[in-house]
Design a protein around this ligand. Structure first.
Ligand code: CMP
Length: 142
């Protein structure tokens, strides 16, 4: 089934000039970026995006990290895009990520883990709509 998912290249990866390397892995996996922008999140935007983690021990540190520098936001489209992007990213904790995944190769630790991906269709719908409106979505063939 063709799906859409949200991808974020996080501040640790942007700072280390890894945007191109990560975009290449996305495209090699057959996932098409159909919307993309670089921005620096506000505290309120980061807190709203990660609202499901509010109250967890890592929440404040996560928000501080996510606003520490620019991020690249993307909507990816493709067959089973949600699962496929999660496979390409690897496990949240790079110590547990499979060999060859983005997090295994690039992540610094469980927080500074280089990329984000939606984990289910409902979260993908919320997350893509959180950062992009319909006018910002482009189809390569259109
Ligand atoms: P992400 O996939 O964006 O979802 C939540 C983020 O919280 C996660 O990646 C990490 O950047 C961060 N995080 C920090 N500590 C933890 C933890 N113990 N478990 C899960 N996520 C964590």
């Amino acid at each position: 089934m063709t799906e859409r998912t949200l991808a974020i290249i996080k501040p640790d990866a942007v700072k280390r000039n890894l945007i191109g390397a990560i975009a290449a892995r996305i495209e090699s996996a057959g996932l098409a970026p159909i919307a993309m922008k670089m921005t620096r999140l506000s505290k309120a935007q980061a807190e709203g995006f990660y609202h499901v983690h509010k109250g967890k021990g890592f929440f404040d540190s996560l928000v501080a990290f996510m606003i520490s520098g620019p991020v690249v936001l993307m909507i990816l489209e493709g067959e089973d895009a949600i699962k496929k992007w999660r496979e390409v990213m690897g496990a949240t904790d790079p110590a547990r990520a499979a060999p060859g995944t983005i997090r295994k190769n690039f992540a610094l630790d469980i927080e500074k883990n280089s990329v984000h991906g939606s984990d289910a269709p409902e979260t993908a719908a919320f997350e893509t709509g959180y950062f992009f409106n319909a006018l910002e979505i482009c189809h390569p063939e259109s």
